[in-house]
Design a protein around this ligand. Sequence first.
Ligand code: FRU
Length: 453
Amino acid sequence: MPVAQADPARPIFHVAAPAQWINDPNGPIYYRGFYHLFYQLDPFSDKGGPKYWGHARSRDLAKWETLPIALWPSSEAGEAEVWSGCCTINGLGEPMIFYTSIAPGKSAQTHAEQWAAIGDADLIKWRKSPANPVLSESLHDGRKIYDWRDPFVFRDGKRTFMVTGGNLNEAQGGQAVVNIYEAENAGLTQWKYRGVLFDLPDSTARTAECPNFFKLGDQWVLFVSPYGKVQYFVGDFDAKSCRFQPRTRGLLDFGPNFYAPNTMQVPDGRRLVWGWVNGFPGGHGWNGCLSLPRLLTLSRDGQLRQNPAPQLSKLRGEAVEQRTIRLENDGKTLLLPKTNTLELRADIDLKTAESIVLGIKSGADDARPVVITFSGSELKVMDVEAPLSLAKGGRKLGLRIFIDRSVLEDSANENVCATKIISPLDARATLEIRAQGGAASAKVQAWPMKTIW
Ligand code: FRU
């Protein structure tokens, strides 16, 4: 742990384990006054060996505390790993985790079972359900589902469903599926296979990990992680046939380092998402963190909107820059907080400018500055490219940028997000903002960010 804590690249306002490897967020749930996040954890190394479930909770989505490991493999019951899943309250009022159980010496591609555990009122102590495995492959009437995993429970009216990911052809591409099951008892220990909710349309999608399926407003939204950029689909759910018919689709994040997101419904009905931020260099006693919580909404034309959860503003220190600047085919350099954990907000009006460039640099010699360019139709965040067109009649670009040592999370106009691992800035960092080909104005705000722990 001291090795991890001492690493100057380790983020301080993103949820992570105190040390060692983490991957997917698991079972996000708001329960009895706390936001709970579990996550895939290898407690023994920073390399991603057998998985356990780590646990953190928060009262306000800003400050977090680490809790004891929630789930570990029950070796006496023939379990080697506890993989991703969800947390829900069953019809008997019991907190319940569903997860994928991997047996010793078996390949997860061909052998998996979905297990459950029952929690205490604090969600701290869990005991494996005597009904395990609650779902086994024999449910599928002879159909072979490869990479069958990551249960996610949702409700529609009085009915309770579960989706799982998988593919029908050994992850060779083109037959990735989201499977659907319906609960047959209040304790959620008996399930019926209802078929394929959705066939992924891409021939390149090798599987569908970590499906999340939920209602947002009057639309249904599906997230899948297909061993590539995380996709979303928005459309209708026919609860009779148990089929999903999407109308629109897109990517949750264009960066290379965001995967396996999982969502939480909060008491006011809104929904948050966290992803796994991956791709860190090994050998530092820690590896991986969760993204910041993003609040989900839909635009009228069915595009997903993601905004940093408003509660994050509690982590802000005193604003360092807060002013409006006018640019005329030129650039201006602004001060940043003297820290490498910061939030930056730029509300830009492109007026007559063709493009706008923001450069965050550690010093004159920074070889890998964070450069964000908007050309009118494309946003570029360092080497990450994403299409972005402005609303008709408007020339407004709203950027939200969070830099947490080696993690950059950025969103533009609430709908194009990019998460990327960067070299930490030093305390001399400046922001240059430049308008090209015409005039622009920008309101810029920057805050140092405090630790969540
Ligand atoms: C996604 C994933 C899940 C699986 C877990 C194992 O990153 O591969 O499909 O349950 O990680 O840690």
